[in-house]
Every structure is written in C-alpha cells, then in structure tokens.
Write a protein that binds this ligand. Sequence first.
Ligand code: M6R
Length: 369
Amino acid sequence: EKSGYEYFMLKEIAEQPHAVAETLLGRLNETGDLMLDEVRLTDQDLRDVDKVFIVACGTAYHAGMVAKYAIEHWTRIPCEVELASEFRYRDPVLDRSTLVVAISQSGETMDTLMALRHAKEQKARVLAICNTNGSTIPRESDAVLYTHAGPEIAVASTKAFLTQLVACYLVGLHLAQVRGVKYADEVAAIIAQLQEMPEKIEQVLSMMAPIRELARDLAEAKSVLFIGRHVSYPVALEGALKLKELAYMHAEGFAAGELKHGPIALIDEGTPVICVVPSPRGRGVLHDKVVSNIQEVRARGARTIVIAEEGDVAVKPYADHLFYVPITPTLLAPLVTTVPLQVLACEIASARGHDVDQPRNLAKSVTVE
Ligand code: M6R
C-alpha cells in the first residue's frame, strides 16, 4: 500500500522519522541507560571484546563504515568494516574475543550469511543488526538487534539504512557503557541527541522542494560525483549508490581528501559534484579541509551542490546550490545528510522515466553469492 505516494521509495523516505523513533523505542530507560535486552551477550562477554568486525553488503556496508567512526571513538576498541563477499574469502584474524556485527535489512543476503558462518567457525561472537524478524541471519547469530523500521518494499534501501545507523550507534554506546568509558559525558550527551533525531529528519524532509527542482536539472548529466570526509565519506558512497541503482547514471563517491590523488582529473566544465560538508563546530579542521576541497573542484569547472549545516556561511561563496540540514553532532550527521541524497536519486530516476521501486537487474534480497 503506497498510501498516496507515487513510489514505495518516497513513502519509505517519508517514514524515516518514525522508523528511527521505533529503533530507539524501549532502548533507553528513564535514567538514560541503554537497555539492549535482545542482545544475549553478557556484559562480561562485551568487556572481553578486543576487536569488532562489521560485515555487510551495499547500503548496509555504508552503515557499517559510519559505525566504525563511532565505535572506535566511543569505545577505543579497534573496529574493521568489510564487504561480506570479501571477508569470507580471505583469512580474517578472529577469535572468541572478536565481536562480528552482521548488518542486513533482509536477513537473507547470502554473502553476509556466509561471512557470519565463517566468523562462527572461528569462534567469534556474532551480533546481527537486522530489519526482518526471524530471518536467517538473526537466527544464526548469538545476539540480535532488530531495527524495527517496518517492511521495506522499494529495492533501494532508505529507512533501513537510517535505522541501521541508529542500531550501530546503540551498539557502540552500549559497548562504551558496559566497559566504562573515557567519554562518559559525551555518551550521555549523544544519547540525548539521538532522541532528537526523528524531529531533525522531519525538518529535512520538509525542505526537499529545491532538491526536487535541482533533480530535473541534473537528469541529463553524464556523471555525478559525491565527496565527503570522515562520516560524510560513507554518505557520499551511499548517495552515489542510490543514483547508480535508480537512475542508471555514472555516479561515484570519494573521500574528499583523495581527490588530488587522482579523481580530480574527472572534473570537467559543469560536472556536478555533491559535497557533504561536516559541521564547522567540533572538528573545525575537518570542515575547513572540505571547504578547500570544494574550492578546488569548483576552480576546475565543477558545478557544486553543497549539503552543509545550518548557519555554515563559509561554504556560501563556493556553492552553486546550497542545502542546509539541522545542527547535529558530527557522528550522527549521516542521519540528516543522507536524506537529501535519497530524494535526489529518486527524483532524478523519476525524471529519467525509470521505475524507481523496481530498478533493472536488481532484486530486493540477494540470496545468491
Ligand atoms: O538485505 P541487506 O541489507 O543484506 O541487503 C544488502 C544490499 O543488497 C542492499 O543494501 C542493496 O545495496 C540496496 N539495494 C541498496 O539500496
């Protein structure tokens, strides 16, 4: 049931504030402590963890990339993220004190399932972050954190991604709490900030009209590039993946700092470059670096489309199009910066006349390797 929306994807994008609230629901008690009761690992098990490995595919892998920044910062436990299809066929170093986190919307992705089985054979503990109750991946895991996003019908993942991010943050914060962390004040502050995210995502959704307009303009572009740094790097990859799968256009995401090591050669007169800018507060150096990267691509002819935090005036002179998102702590920013990229991909695909919910050559759940 599309409830009046033209596509399931648009409906699912609109459902994101509610979906994120559902992921958070019941996970925080009155004193703000995290309660992950579906996680059947003892606190001692979690104290023993000396390495985290995240395995996933596609969009879920991008959620894992964001999680790495948060988990390492909050817990100081080394965290690696790997494509499930690669993990399985090399020889990853795992043992009982490794926590493997398998992220999957469907819970049936064969590559992820095989990676999970491989991890279990090495005696690692496996935690699934999944949206589908009773599916294979959670059934075979030691512990499960369901995202409760509700069914996702469109092939392109949207609300599953945002809720996977929230679940990853919860895992990171929980690990930090049970292990007793250096950044206890920050953990408490982030918990409070997480509760505000549904409202912020709602605000972003209410400001999408100019993105729709821009989409019509970009529909004929030969190639679209996305740049970001830190947690905005996986957001750039996610924006590019959405555009590839829906609009069948060449789209690529880059770590902005890598541009000068090769990709900047792609920039031609008028090449659209979508720039996801970190907050100028907190990690100010990072912000300034991205602003320089925007200047660099613009000097070479790029048409810059900038997603920045409200009040960030420093980007104005270099933005051909500027979209603001609400003020959000750096690590949580993907929850707001991804939304305009989802809408953009959906609208470009629709302007090109494609079936947004059923892109060619793709299946919702990839149950073969
Ligand atoms: O069900 P899963 O989360 O395991 O699926 C993983 C990928 O196949 C999936 O995210 C895919 O990349 C989406 N179509 C992206 O929109």
